[in-house]
Structure formats: structure tokens, C-alpha cells
Design a protein around this ligand. Sequence first.
Ligand code: FES
Ligand SMILES: [Fe+2]
Length: 471
Amino acid sequence: MGYPVYMEQSLPDPNVAFGDHRCPGPSYRDLVLRDETGVPPPVLESEYRYRGSEPIGFHRYTSKEFAELEFEKVFMRTWQWACREEHIPNEGDYHVYDVGQRSIILVRDPQGKIRAFNNFCLHRGTQLKPPGDQGNANRFTCPYHGWAWSTSGKIASLPCRWDFPHLSDDDLELPEILVDTWGGFVFVNFDPTAQPLHEYLGVVPNHFQGAWDLSKRYVELHIKKRLPCNWKAAMCAFLEAYHVYKTHPQGLRATGDANAQYDVFGEHVSRFMHTSGTQSPHVAAEQTEQEILDFLLGRRFAGLEGRPIVPEGKTARDVYYKISNEQLANKYGSDYSEFKVADSIDSIEYFVFPNGFFFPGARICINYRFLPNPDNPDECTFDLLFLRLPAVGQPAPAPAKPYFLDINDSYTTAPGMDPGLGGVFDQDTDNMISQTRGFKGSMRTAETLGNYQEIRARHLHQTIDEYMARP
Ligand code: FES
Ligand SMILES: [Fe+2]
């Protein structure tokens, strides 16, 4: 790279309280306050408190008993997104959401309402629609004996009904699951007494407005990958930027990884934000703003001929965000005028418990979902979606169908995946394999976490504990 990467080595100040230590140098907030466009208001909010330094036991990732209890206490009681509204735009459109051993049919009923039904037959239990299925239907017919339900969940056909005098039509209604929407996502909750979704989402609906309104976007690319680790271990790889300097050093010349801000907003939401277009505290040599811009553009363009110049008094970020938004506008025909520097180019990632990640950014506009494997705590399923703004005045294209990748398939082989970004995700997968070996083989039985940079992982585990302690 020409610039040595070194480990930022300053020691903790013994006079500073646990949780108050920060990487020396500017904070994320300091960096974005220099942006010429101003800063989106949610980016200026912050919410961190020290949550202890206790080790986190490895059994939480490996134990089958833990996984089973966790599924009952967490997944059966929390809001989780099941599909996008645009997956089921018209009457009769349906989409199957599988989580653990559970399966739900999400369907648009004749009144245009989205409903969520138990995807199993009330006769002898057979699954009605296969896992991952989607399509359009006016009834859901069991493949075994042909019992069928309407898209409102009412029994529509029961062959030899004379043999079931003991069942009324009411007995035969498909059990329904709570459903609600936010940001174009359809959420479900198996707990009929659950708090309303908008309350559950905490600051998120407030923050994701205007340019951040995800309901305006469509699914450009959807990758579904099997990952070689527990669903929480996979998520923890995406909850911090601490690993960037070692695992993804290729971008450090223009990534403010260790300057990142970490927030925990209430029970269900956490966030990190780090810059693109400032150099990492792990890069030893001081670069000029022009060198940072050249690096950013060099990664994306073949040559630097006639390259943009950072004017006196401006930053690489100020120049880069305009170029980045122009490129997006040219490629997608969409309008990025509402975006500031930070939400155009930075990595701004919100986590919603138990398993959803939402990025409001223009360039880094991704969404993750992690689902536990019901048969094996050492594996999970990762949905990776890119949410784009449609072209101005045009209807959004239909959502991309999922492209499946197995554990050993590189993300770079998914059609439409940016090769650089695909390589970054591959680097994360390698860690997941090695870490899972450690969960089982290490002489230590627990992990230790950084008090600040890994606060979101701690918060995740603490929230799981809170849910698991409930009766
Ligand atoms: S099991 Fe479904 S109709 Fe018999
Ligand atoms: Fe990573």
C-alpha cells in the first residue's frame, strides 16, 4: 500500500473510568462536523454507557440447549422482519418466512391488508407452502389431503367434510401472527401480547425519515448465504469496526475505523458510524486530503487521469461525496440531493434486536438479517440486501430474487456484487470459521470485549439475557 499500517498502541489512561476511554484523535462527530453540507441530525445524537466488562461464555454460541431456549424466549417474542412490502404488492401475493422450525405465510388479503398465517395444515400438520416459496394464490391447499384456506385464513375446502363433524369453521381458521410494517419491511411477532412495532423500534422510525426513508427503496440485490458459525457470532462480526484494521486493512487509508462512534439506544437498537474519506488512526503516515481522495477514486476508477482535485480548504470527503452521488445518479437515475456528506459515503449501521441491520446511507445502503439454523447452532443463514432508490419518476423495479451461496462460495460470485465489497465479506467468513473452532477448543471458556468498540456485542448478549430471564 505504500503506507505502513500499524497497531495504534496507546495505553489506557489509569485515571479514566472504564467505558470512558476512546481512541486518541478526532471522534466521528469531530470529523463529520467539518463536512461542508452540515450533518444529518440523527448523526449528531449519541448514547453510550458502560455496561460492565464481564466475559461472555462460549456456550452461548455452541450449546444446543441454549439455542433452543433462546429461540423460544427471543425469536418467539420479538419483532423480526420477514419480507419487504414489495414482495407482496397485490392481492394473493404471498411470501414464506421460515425461522427456526416455524414457518409463516405472509399474504396480501382481498382487502389489501398484509396478513401472516401459520404455514402448517390444521389436519395433520403438513407444511402448506414449501420453505422460501413465493408467488400468487387465491388459496393455500395442503398437498396431503387437499384441505385449503383462503388468503384471509378461512377454511375454503375440506374434502369429506362429513367425517369431521367435530370441527366448526372457527376451529379451522389458520392461526394468525402479529404483523406490521416499517420502512417498507414487513415485520412479524409470534407473541400476541407484544408491544407495538413502532414502540419496539425505539429511535429508528424517527431517525429514518426523509433521505433515510427505506420505504422509498427497492431490493436491487439479495444474497442468501449459509455461514459457518452461530447466528450471534456472525452478527458480532458486523457490530464493530474494531476488526477492520486487521481483517480488512485494504481500505484503511480512507476509513476512520477507530474513530467510530458506538451507540446503544434503549433496549432494542444500537448503532455504529464511521467515516469514509478520512485516514484510519492505524495508518502511520499523515496523508494529504488529495492523497486520500486519490486513494478513494483509485479503488473505484481504472486510472487517475484528469482526476478531481480537492480545492484549498476542502476535504477529500467534500469532494468524494459529490462524485459518489453523481455516479449513483448516473447509474440508477435517482436523486441524491437530500443526502449530506455523512449519509452519502459513511458506514452508518443500525441494529434492531434480535437480528436486523439497517443502513440509511446512499452508497452503503445495505440491510442484513441473520437467522439461526434450527438443527445446528454452529451455522446460520445470512440475508444481505442492497436497497436502492428507484429512478426519478419511475416505478421501482420488482425486488431481486435471492441468490444462494453456500459456506464455501465467495460473495464475489454473486452476480451484481461489487467485487471489492464481496472480498471484504469473504474475509469476515474466514474469521467465523476460526472463531467457532476457538469456541470449542480454547482452554478459556469465554470471550472478553472492548468496553467501547464492542459495546454493541455486549448489549446484544445482555438483551438476550433479559429476554431469556422473562417467564
Ligand atoms: S395433512 Fe393437510 S390435508 Fe391432511
Ligand atoms: Fe468485517
